[in-house]
Design a protein around this ligand. Structure first.
Ligand SMILES: [Zn+2]
Length: 361
């Protein structure tokens, strides 16, 4: 890392603290300041990174945080939209000032081992309760479904996780308690988590935009540099071209705000056209602009190349907050309609760096 980058990174850190550090979740442990390291340079398992889940919010901590914010924020409503296989309430956070205004839905943790997106979404919810967010809330309705797969996030599943890497309070898995990938269930809608989303959010509210937030492996790179994340619009041939264009505009807002930061480096995700995936299926079924955002590295996995150490957690959470805040603001003030989508024509698809090659650091 160059010294100039170090200075930039330290400056960024000074203005941003994780949920744990701000005490938003009322955790007893105050996190030490994260070392200066860019998102794309975070440690891999097998390097000097430690994979632990102990600093991540548990499901119960998330729920008490949401209830606390609900009590503090007049504009916020908290609704239970269903239950997981193991009986955990699934929550929807709502800010609906005027149903005639455009509405965006942010969805996190369909995959239980991809938690920093949820940590970022909770930070975003907290920000929405401050005076600074008043203009955003006037112009757009915001829906947030955090931690859709709470059973997978808590490792409370009907199969063994003994080969998973993370040390700490719990292991975390992609699948729901029945071992099903929820993001392949958007056509059949068999699982209770998927049903809750479709019956009590998609079918109940007039949603215009959705960002589905995930984490991918640690080895993806673009233009020779490890990415902090990657993005993609609907790629099924059945998607309405106008919806695809609006999805590309949503992506343009994210790219402009994240890739320009110095710590953000985004690639184009290589994704399939199956409509069992929410990015494709929801865009076709409801005519909604959708964007997939894959952050770098997972909170836990059984494969070395997927789990990421904690040192870049702060940046990945910040990347989520930046994504949510910038898109809500661009819809609220109408500027999303002017977003230039031509960057998609030149944005390189990410490729996978072979294991064993040196990282940037
Ligand atoms: Zn995922």
């Amino acid at each position: 890392m160059h010294s100039k980058e170090v200075t930039h990174v330290k400056k960024s850190l000074a203005t941003f603290r994780t949920l744990a550090a701000t005490g938003a979740l009322a955790l007893a442990v105050v996190a030490a300041p994260a070392p200066a390291i860019a998102v794309g340079e975070g440690p891999n398992y097998g390097g000097n990174g430690q994979i632990t889940t102990s600093k991540l919010a548990t499901y119960d901590q998330m729920v008490s945080f949401l209830k606390d914010q609900d009590a503090k924020q007049p504009a916020m409503e908290l609704e239970v939209i269903g239950k997981t296989v193991k009986g955990r309430d699934i929550h929807l956070v709502k800010y609906i000032s005027d149903p005639a205004k455009p509405t965006i839905l942010y969805l996190t943790q369909q995959h239980g081992n991809e938690q920093l997106t949820t940590e970022g979404a909770l930070e975003f919810v907290k920000h929405l309760g401050t005076e600074k967010s008043a203009d955003i809330l006037k112009g757009v309705n915001i829906l947030v479904v955090p931690m859709l797969n709470a059973d997978g996030a808590m490792g409370d599943v009907d199969f063994s996780l003994e080969d998973y890497i993370a040390k700490g309070d719990r292991n975390m898995t992609r699948f729901n308690a029945k071992g099903v990938d929820l993001n392949r269930d958007h056509v059949a809608k068999i699982q209770p988590e998927t049903q809750a989303l479709h019956n009590n959010v998609m079918g109940k509210y007039r949603v215009d935009y959705m960002i589905d937030l995930h984490h991918q492996g640690t080895r993806a790179e673009r233009d020779g540099k490890l990415v902090s994340g990657s993005i993609l619009y609907p790629t099924t041939p059945n998607a309405d071209p106008a919806v695809v264009e609006r999805s590309k505009q949503l992506g343009a807002v994210v790219f402009d705000n994240v890739d320009s930061t110095g710590w953000g480096h985004l690639g184009k995700y290589q994704g399939g056209s199956a409509e069992t995936i929410s990015r494709n299926g929801i865009s076709v079924e409801y005519g909604i602009a959708t964007l997939l955002f894959e952050m770098r590295g997972m909170s836990d996995h059984y494969l070395d190349g997927y789990a990421l150490g904690q040192r870049s957690n702060g940046y990945l959470i910040k990347q989520t907050v930046t994504t949510l805040t910038s898109t809500a603001a661009a819809i609220a003030d109408g500027s999303i309609a002017d977003a230039d989508t031509s960057f998609w024509d030149t944005l390189a698809e990410q490729t996978s760096r072979p294991a064993g090659e040196a990282d940037d650091e």
